[in-house]
Design a protein. Sequence first.
Length: 178
Amino acid sequence: MRPEKIMDIINYYGKDLCSWTIYTGYDIPQKKLDNAMRTFGDPGSQVFGLLDATVFGSAKEGILFTDRGIDYNYIGERGHIGYNEIREIFPTPDDHTIIRTSRGDHELGINFNTQALSGMLSDLSGNGIRVGMVAPPPPHRQPEPPRRHEPEPPRHPKGRPDEHHGPEGRHGGFFGHR
């Protein structure tokens, strides 16, 4: 696919993708691109788009849209996903996005418009990518109240309760002496 076509796809879907800033092509600020490449990018790839997911704009977290797929780093999750590996995209109840691939699931902490992300990645890969629905998390179970621990009655030296003579037994003390 031509680089101009890739950037057109990113620009088209980028405005509806999420609340973070997306840069494409020559509009990617060099300092942001350098930070992203140094932090999570693949040095051998050609970058067509950058989603900066940082509060102060350092671009050390986010997504790089490259000729090989997407490279991502967000809240401790880092990885690479090839466009042709993507099978399905899921929103999660906690506003994250899961991308299901042929190698497993990748959780991105970014809350994407899954329809826009699916359209963008489908167009970039040439594959139809399904948007799935994640089942809600299991209902929160109330923890059982702690059970009261009742002290055990004193035991006889042979393992029988000794209710009449207290914990030391009938004679009390050491060797029956008090």
